[in-house]
Design a protein around this ligand. Sequence first.
Ligand SMILES: Cc1cc2nc3c(=O)[nH]c(=O)nc-3n(C[C@H](O)[C@H](O)[C@H](O)COP(=O)(O)O)c2cc1C
Length: 203
Amino acid sequence: MGKSLVIIAHPALSKSRINAAWADSLRNEPRVTLHDIHACARDGSFDIAAEQKLVEAHDRIVFQFPLYWYSCPPLLSTWLMEVWQRGWAYGPGGRALRLKTFGIAISTGSNGDDYRPDGRYHHNLEEITTPFELLARHTGMHYLPLFSLTGVREVTDAALARSAAAYRAHVLSADPAIIASGADDNRARTVYPGDPGAHIASG
Ligand SMILES: Cc1cc2nc3c(=O)[nH]c(=O)nc-3n(C[C@H](O)[C@H](O)[C@H](O)COP(=O)(O)O)c2cc1C
């Protein structure tokens, strides 16, 4: 089994119920690194080289966060903007993430029924989180099925314990739902002029 990196993006993990329980389920796993980005940011910024080294050292990467305004907490966007750089994550020479496995785990205040085509929001959670699937596709990573817990205010302690156990199994061993292409083609990554295979994109 490879090593997993769980990027925790919660602005107040000490006040969290769901994300804290998920993180606790993995705390003693030797092959899992828990990385709380709100704890390690300095003035809202990151040590880019250190963050990239951490990602490079793991085979599976999971972003774990509470859904905020149908998206991730803003510091995770900052982390992405700073760490997943051109020439590292994508573009010429950008191979750091290729063929790793990537996924997200989200908790939501609204109920599961709200996140259905015939529900309040008219879209399911897979659709709402499509940008994360596209991160995987753009950087050539396998993409895990979505892991989620909805309606968190009504979740009993027993249901949370079951979710935490399922989360642990998911992070350690879930199979990807989307397999990245190992070939250097423009389905697995963006092809830039001058790259091997650039003629495919430019015609
Ligand atoms: C600023 C903010 C925005 C939120 N936006 C959403 C949302 O768009 N959809 C939703 O279902 N829940 C939303 N929630 C509820 C959180 O997702 C919920 O409180 C969180 O998943 C609980 O996890 P925790 O116990 O780890 O904090 C929001 C909460 C806050 C504070």
